[in-house]
Design a protein. Sequence first.
Length: 232
Amino acid sequence: MRRFYQRVEVVPLAGGGFGLSLDGAALRTPARQLFCVADRRLAEGACAEWARQGDRIAPARMPVTRLIHVAIDRTPTQRAEIIAECLRYLETDTILCRAEGPAALTQRQAVEWDPIIDWATAAFGVCFASGIGLQAPAQSAAATAALADYIGGLDDLGLTVLAHGAALFASLLLACAWRRGRLSGGEALVLSNLDERFQRERWGEDAEAAARAGALEVEIGEIDAAFAGALG
C-alpha cells in the first residue's frame, strides 16, 4: 500500500508497554490488535522500520514489525502447532545432516558444526546424533523432550523469534544457539550456509544467490539489533 503517514514515534501505553503512533493514531496489527511490546528497544526497532519506508510500504523490509505482529496475532492461539513446527526441524537439521563427500566439505562441516552440537549437548544435557544424508538420524526421546521443554517455556515473542530462526537457518539447534546467545544471528546464518559457501568457492558466485544472501544478512542484523537482550 502507499505510505499513509508522515510521522511515526514510540509511545508508552496506558496499560503498560510501548506501542507505535502513526500521525497520532495507534498502530494495530493485521488482526486489529493493539501493537504492544514490553521492551522499548523493540518498539524503537519497529519504529525505525516504519520511519524509513518510502512512498510505498514494503512489509518484506520490516522484519521486526512482522515478528511482533505474529507474536501478537498468531502465536498465542497456535503455540502447540508452532512448537511442533520447531521440533520437526530436528528431522532435517542443517548441522545434523552431513555430506558423504568430498573430504574437504565433510572436514569443514565437522570443524564448523561440531562445536555447536557440543554446545547443545552441554546446554540441554542430552546428546544429538548427526549422520550422512538429507535426513538426520532419529534423536533420542530425551533429546526431543529437552528441546520441547525449552521451547515450550518461551513466551510468545521468544517462541516466535525462535521459530523464525529455525526456518531461516533450517536448523533448530542453530536457532537455539542464536536465541541463547551462543551465536549472533549473522554467525548462525553463515553456519547454515556452509554448503553453499563451499560450492561458491569451487564454482564461483551466483549473482541471484548473492543478492538473496545479502538480503538475509540485512534482515537478521536488524532482528539482532532490535531483539538483543529483550527476550531473556
